[in-house]
Design a protein around this ligand. Structure first.
Ligand SMILES: Nc1ncnc2c1ncn2[C@@H]1O[C@H](COP(=O)(O)OP(=O)(O)O)[C@@H](O)[C@H]1O
Ligand SMILES: [Mg+2]
Length: 388
């Protein structure tokens, strides 16, 4: 039978006297039937849905295929414990190494063909764990998945969940998981380490441990077909018991030279300066993330637009990249003199005395003396540190 999982969910909703669950999945089923060309059947379903009680209809999100019931909230803060978004594929582009993209596509295929695989006894739970350094595209990947599957993304704000009075957390978790089970969606636990790293962390025993246990129970109680994605910056903090519960693991690497070029091209697009040396740009941005590249490009674009220029200025682009690299290395540059000295030693070929002079409106002689003075300061500091 086609669309068995929707039919089962509608049945679940009816048996649990949960009208919102039943109607959500009936709406989804109507959409799927329509996509299959079964317009007559889709219309019949929608006519039934239109007869649902008013309270239910108002909870539905008109104009979009999938409707959602009442959002779960945190009792104390009254904040929603989840953010609902509906990413669209047009807005999202992922730049990933081919093997990682391959694994992601495999996950997508398994989710799409869950029923078929289940009939053959070959289904895997639709659960994906994404891990890697900040800014490598983990959240973006979850959004991309939601866009591909045309499902709402329920992002759980793990910070709200935890900080909102620890005693409440387990109950909040239960609500969020119930909600995800009852509404066609992707449940996305972002910054997952806030929840999952607790076990064995001596400072937070007790209450947080209970949260982890609740989390494990919730994951275990989830039907295999409910799509669960979790993202974390610290996979080493993750509890092994939690890692095992995810059938798919996606390690997000820092972009290599080729991917950095692709990321620069993606974000500079039509604003790229004429004759830009992509290899040099890729080389100088070694060790950065996609997030940094995006940030540098956006800042440079804004500057160009506000100056009424159609293209970004090359030296401005490199300067911004240099400052971002300094930040990543923990260099604190609070004066333009420090910036000048840093840029000169970071990329001496690119930042000649003349280029720096033009950029900071100084003579080359002045630039030379600034660099000398900064060198002296640095050496002085180092000696001072040694003496102490
Ligand atoms: N591999 C990538 N592909 C496309 N965009 C990326 C990639 N990595 C980072 N970005 C960009 O950087 C920004 C931050 O990425 P995000 O997904 O929030 O990182 P993370 O969740 O890993 O900290 C996003 O706006 C995204 O556009
Ligand atoms: Mg993120």
């Amino acid at each position: 039978m086609q669309h068995l999982s929707e039919v089962l969910k509608i049945l679940d909703g009816a048996l649990k006297a949960n009208a919102s669950m039943a109607s959500s999945y009936a709406g989804l089923l109507a959409d799927k039937l329509e996509q299959d060309g079964e317009r007559q059947q889709a219309r019949q379903l929608r006519e039934r849905l239109a007869r649902a009680p008013v309270a239910l209809v108002s909870a539905q999100d008109a104009g979009h295929g999938v409707s959602l019931g009442q959002l779960p909230t945190d009792n104390e803060s009254r904040l929603n414990t989840v953010d609902v978004s509906r990413p669209r594929s047009l807005d999202i582009e992922l730049v990933l190494p081919s093997a990682i993209q391959g694994r992601l596509n495999e996950f997508l295929q398994c989710v799409r063909h869950f029923d078929e695989l289940a009939r053959a006894g070959a289904a895997v739970p639709s659960r994906l764990l994404i891990y890697g350094p900040p800014g490598t595209g983990k959240t973006q990947t979850a959004r991309w998945l939601a866009a591909q599957l045309e499902l709402p993304l329920l992002t759980v704000r793990c910070d709200t969940l935890v900080s909102s009075l620890l005693g409440q957390t387990s109950r909040n978790l239960r609500r969020v998981f119930d909600f995800a089970e009852q509404n066609p969606s992707i449940l996305f636990l972002d910054e997952f380490d806030a929840l999952a790293g607790a076990r064995g962390n001596e400072r937070d025993v007790g209450e947080l441990q209970r949260v982890v246990i609740a989390l494990l129970q919730n994951i275990d109680a989830l039907p295999d077909s409910t799509i669960l994605v979790a993202a974390t910056n610290h996979d080493q903090l993750l509890d092994a018991a939690i890692g095992r519960r995810f059938a798919f693991h996606l390690p997000m690497p820092l972009p290599d030279a080729g991917l950095r070029t692709a990321l620069w091209q993606r974000w500079l697009n039509s604003f790229a300066p004429d004759g830009l040396d992509w290899d040099e740009l890729s080389h100088l941005s070694a060790g950065t993330t996609g997030a940094v590249i995006e940030h540098v490009c956006m800042d440079a674009k804004r500057t160009a637009i506000l100056a009424g220029q159609p293209l970004i200025e090359e030296s401005d682009l490199y300067r911004r990249l240099g400052l971002a690299q300094a930040l990543a290395l923990g260099e604190r540059l609070s004066t333009s003199e420090q910036e000048i000295a840093w840029l000169r030693q970071w990329a001496p070929d690119r930042f000649s005395l003349r280029v720096l002079g033009a950029m900071y409106s100084h003579s080359t002689r002045k630039i030379t003396s600034i660099i000398q003075a900064e060198k002296g300061e640095n050496n002085g500091n180092k000696k001072g540190a040694r003496r102490r």
